[in-house]
Design a protein around this ligand. Structure first.
Ligand code: SAH
Length: 400
């Protein structure tokens, strides 16, 4: 199968040049009367070296460089601001060409987090987590990058800042991959970009085709070449698209699901999407996900005081998850402007965790990172938001 047939959605001229896979470049070169082997060269300049300026692509002829400039080869965004937290977390504000903006976050990892993010079964001997001999002699600190997939969000979860103003627009694949390419410039010399999580602003499975194309670009051997196992897509639970993601990537992309409730009554109260895809439908999609051996699906569960955090809720959750290969990641709710909800006490968090542990549900509590720069989960809200006319949630949530 060619790159292009593996990826649906926009084709040819509609595609931003940075979103083109080598096969798309080969087709474009053919139209220009150029040799198709240049496709790999162009792709590597952009996606391996992060060079967006055709005049710097020194092994291409001058006329081809000019043709690339004329075709609009240019970075779709630039880094406007970097905020560095006391814990080393870096929040990057990126300005898009239409004036709107997104944020992404670089997060230094501890060993414990590393297993969390990559959803690696701690009991398994996953070969990809073993350090190669070079890595052993030159240990670099692993960093996770959290990217956004939309400007705003349509999902309107009650506890999340990103959806407060609704959805402005989805990001194109070029804008998603460029977050990774530009963020590499802010990884310290003693660090290594190891994991990628689609957990920033927006719902990655809402604009499915763009997310899939971004994943194809990021994992392509001639580009960033990231292993799909090091990438986790987090979703509010768009069940049909979980199924598509599973079959499009043979289950190799890590999956995280924002469950946040042990029953439909609680979930309906905090996540409008549950009225469209309820817990039974969501869990059905998780059971069908073609999970490779030794991998687990991450269940994200934001703990909110008095709402979903009682020991009874924990028991109910354990029953719900019976038979699923999952790991629960508890996230004490981070403060969000205008939400009259808050995290439970540390004691209540620990009691919840203890119930899950007693029922042999694998579980961890997510450490809070970067909250002094509003970079923690659910805090990406773009206080100085560009772009206009947010799309109200109801328009996107209607069935059909
Ligand atoms: N739309 C995707 C990814 C976005 S957010 C999704 O819903 O999964 C990444 C995680 O942060 C989600 O689990 C989300 O529910 C959680 N989150 C949102 N607001 C939060 C808050 N205020 N405190 C803690 N976690 C939050």
């Amino acid at each position: 199968m060619t790159d292009a047939t593996k990826t649906r959605g926009k084709q040819g001229a509609d595609l931003h040049p940075v979103a083109r896979l080598p096969d798309d470049w080969a087709a474009w070169l053919h139209e220009q009367g150029e040799r198709s082997f240049r496709a790999g060269q162009i792709f590597r300049w952009i996606h391996q070296r992060g060079v967006f300026e055709p005049q710097q692509m020194s092994d291409l002829s001058k006329p081809l460089r000019q043709a690339l400039s004329d075709a609009g080869v240019v970075a779709p965004m630039s880094v406007e601001q970097v905020l560095r937290s006391a814990d080393g977390t870096r929040k990057l504000l990126m300005r898009l060409s239409d004036g709107s903006a997104v944020e992404c976050v670089l997060i230094p990892m501890t060993n414990e987090d590393d297993a969390d993010v990559a959803c690696v079964d701690p009991d398994g001997d996953d070969d990809e987590t073993a350090a190669s001999p070079e890595q052993a002699s030159l240990p670099k600190k692993p960093v996770t990058l959290c990217v956004s997939t939309q400007v705003g969000c349509a999902m309107a979860c009650a506890f999340c800042a990103s959806g407060r103003a609704g959805l402005t627009r989805g990001l194109g694949a070029a804008e998603i991959v460029t977050q990774v390419l530009l963020s590499r410039g802010y990884v310290d010399a003693d660090e290594q970009l190891r994991n990628l999580v689609f957990m920033g602003m927006g719902e990655p499975l809402h604009h499915y085709d763009e997310t899939v194309r971004a994943l194809r670009l990021i994992t392509h051997q001639d580009g960033l070449g990231m292993s799909p196992r090091r990438i986790t897509v987090s979703t509010v639970g768009l069940a049909p698209n979980i199924g598509r993601l599973g079959s499009d990537f043979d289950g190799k992309i890590g999956l995280a699901v924002s469950l946040h409730a042990p029953n439909d009554a609680v979930r309906n109260a905090i996540m409008p999407i549950n009225r469209r895809f309820d817990i039974a439908e969501l869990l059905g999609a998780l059971r069908a996900y073609p999970l490779p051996k030794r991998r687990r699906i991450t269940i994200e569960y934001t703990l909110i005081d008095g709402l979903n955090d009682s020991p009874e809720h924990a028991h109910e959750l354990a029953v719900l998850l019976t038979g699923l290969r999952v790991k629960v990641n508890l996230i004490p709710m981070n403060p969000v402007d205008g939400a009259d909800m808050r995290a439970p006490s540390p004691r209540a968090v620990d009691a919840f965790r203890a119930v899950l542990a007693s029922r042999r549900v694998s579980c961890s509590v997510r450490k809070r990172r970067g909250d002094d720069v509003d970079a923690a989960c659910g805090q990406l809200a773009l206080k100085r938001q560009g772009g206009a006319n947010p799309i109200p949630a109801e328009r996107v949530l209607r069935r059909g």
